[in-house]
Design a protein around this ligand. Structure first.
Ligand code: M6R
Length: 604
């Protein structure tokens, strides 16, 4: 996702900004830019694509005296990856860079346009700089104008702003998106949206808290909190290890990605939840017109999220839904009818089999939709419409946050269709929206739970196999749990519908067969429970995950008591991810790069 850097000092500002942006490359981006103020001279450069393009553009640009500079790598959300949409965004004499989403940008933009301001980009960010300059006209000074601007914007942001009216100063604000400022013995000040760009340049850093805003000059760091009370910076020593800084202190990228699910899900939801409707501004209004069936096609984890979606689409949107494994679909001469919406799901947007099925669907004249995490990827470019999952770059080969955000998008999409088909009342949709808002909290990793799973993992390192079982939408979750375990532990695991065990697999039951049972309180609890009891009676070792006490289990993992099965789904998802992780750690495997696997499978 997007990255921010900033610098105040006398060294080569251009190089410092470009080097800082390079350190943020791993987060993924599709354009980049910098703005530097030296004395009275403002210079800005932007380029689409990789940082080498920006380096090429700034080749002749020299920064050899005191300067303030800001830089940004952009992962497109509002508007395509173009130079005009790249940050920094310019007003008359100020520049801004921003991570996050300004939720009320449409209203603000309309007001600004009505007062004669011309917008150059399609971004939400550009409103910040124009709003600031509008406020500057009636304010005592630049800080007052900035403070007012921050009070007027709503949403999530990490913002840096520089202006000719206060040269030598960087204004900052943080709410919901990370940002820190670093210092060193040479009296320089560095900003960044994560530790990595500051390693080697700063000795100490202050992490801003939500609601913090203020300004930094060569001599001072002035911070105000959310209640506009001035406060002192709290500095901590900065790590010197870059790789571990990218992992934000976690042992593995997979662990970090499990922990950040709460934040990325909040990003997925941002701006898309109305009161009793889902807002997908990116979808053409007529996408579902004439659609009688939805066909979902994907591989691996994305296939599991598609399977989950089929339950939601039929239950809430009352739309016939089928799910296909892409590598099978492409060769089985499938029948495709034009009243079908063909949906591909992919973290990378580059998986060869899935991409091929998209081409087939297009050729057959079907409407197509991509649910994808990477803007501008092959699938996004090819599909008629796209919903981006906004999970940020996923480094662990075993997919975690990509799955979580895909299911969130599908849940929202099922309500979007339900609204247009009138298959759910507005009140019901509003109830679902309230539940969606609870998901970020429900996937926050509880330290006690993580500790318990660490301890429990030692009991599951052997045996002749695992069955992950669940019913309804918990069946695809069971499949996903089994896939996670297989990928990183190299132990044999299968996902199975709980009710299907007695049709064969139960023959395997003995103490060395481990059953991981998903028992949601709010969906077919009694039925699923009796399936687990059948296995317990045959001496299979049972690890049950539920909010309800379950005495027949050898191990019991208690989740919180939620009011809806989808919240149970997301909390159980985290449990399964952590359990696999801890088993893999105990077995001494490479968690982030498991043997024989690649992150993006671009060959069939
Ligand atoms: O990028 P995609 O979502 O299209 O990738 C599909 C699968 O290759 C991927 O989900 C794979 O199964 C992961 N390793 C799962 O953890």
């Amino acid at each position: 996702m997007c990255g921010i850097v900033g610098y105040i000092g006398t060294k080569n500002t251009k190089e410092i900004l470009l080097e800082g942006l390079k350190e943020l490359e791993y987060r993924g981006y599709d354009s980049a830019g910098i703005a530097v103020l030296q004395g009275d001279d403002f210079s800005d450069f932007k380029a689409v694509g990789k940082l080498v393009n920006l380096e090429e553009k700034t080749k002749e640009f020299i920064t050899d005296k005191f300067a303030v500079g800001i830089g940004h790598t952009r992962w497109a959300t509002h508007g395509k990856p173009t130079e005009l949409n790249a940050h920094p965004h310019l007003g008359e004499s100020s520049y801004v860079v921003h991570n996050g989403i300004i939720e009320n940008y449409v209203e603000l933009k309309r007001e600004l346009q009505d007062s004669g301001i011309t917008f150059l980009s399609q971004t939400d960010t550009e409103v910040i700089v124009h709003q600031f300059e509008k406020n500057l006209k009636t304010s005592e000074n630049a800080f007052e104008a900035f403070q007012q601007t921050i009070q007027e914007i709503k949403g999530a942001y990490a913002v840096l702003l520089v202006t000719k009216s206060e040269p030598g100063t960087i204004f900052f604000a943080k709410y919901g998106s990370p940002m820190l400022v670093g210092i060193n013995a040479e009296n320089e000040k560095y900003f960044a949206s994560s530790d990595t760009p500051l390693i080697g340049s700063c000795s100490d850093v202050n992490y801003f808290e939500d609601g913090d805003y203020g300004y930094v000059t060569a001599d001072e760091i002035i911070i105000f909190d959310k209640d506009s009370q001035q406060k002192e910076p709290v500095f901590s020593k900065l790590s010197t290890n870059k790789l571990s800084a990218q992992k934000d202190g976690y042992r593995f990228f997979m662990e970090k990605e499990i922990y950040e699910q709460s934040t990325v899900i909040a990003d997925t939801l941002l701006g898309r939840l109305g009161e009793d409707e889902i807002l997908f501004d990116e979808l053409p209004g007529d996408l579902f017109d004439g659609v009688n069936e939805i066909k979902l096609c994907a591989c691996g984890t994305s296939y599991h999220s598609a399977l989950s979606a089929s339950y939601l689409f039929e239950r809430y949107s009352k739309t016939r839904t089928s799910v296909e494994i892409a590598s099978e679909f492409r060769y089985r001469e499938p029948l495709m009818s034009k009243d079908t919406l063909f949906v591909v799901i992919s973290q990378s947007g580059e998986t060869a089999d899935t991409l091929e099925t998209l081409k087939m669907a297009k050729q057959a004249g079907l409407k197509t939709l991509a649910i994808c995490n990477v803007d501008n990827s092959s699938m996004v470019r090819l599909a008629d419409a796209t919903i981006l999952t906004r999970a940020g770059i996923e480094k662990g080969v075993a997919s975690t946050k990509a799955f979580a955000t895909q299911v969130i998008v599908f849940w929202m999409l099922s309500l979007y269709v339900a609204k247009s088909k009138n298959s759910l009342s507005s009140q019901k949709i509003a109830e679902h929206i309230a539940l969606l808002r609870e998901v970020p909290a429900s996937v926050k990793v509880d330290d006690e739970m993580h500790e318990k799973l660490k301890r429990l993992s030692k009991r599951y390192l052997h045996g002749h196999g695992f069955f992950f079982i669940g019913r309804d939408i918990f069946f695809p979750l069971a499949l996903e749990g089994a896939l996670k375990l297989k990928e990183i532990s190299y132990l044999h695991a299968e996902g199975y519908p709980s009710g299907e065990m007695k049709h064969g697999p139960i023959a395997l039951a003995d103490p060395e067969l481990f059953t991981i049972a998903l028992l949601p309180k709010h969906l077919h609890y009694e039925k699923a429970k009796s399936n687990v009891e059948e296995l317990s009676a045959r001496d299979s070792t049972i690890c049950a995950i539920s909010a309800e006490e379950f005495s027949k289990a050898d191990d019991f993992i208690q989740i919180a008591s939620h009011e809806h099965y989808m919240l149970e789904f997301f909390e159980m998802m985290v449990v399964l991810q952590l359990l696999s992780l801890e088993i893999s750690v105990r077995l001494g495997n490479d968690v982030d790069m498991p043997r024989n696997l690649a992150k993006s499978v671009t060959v069939e």
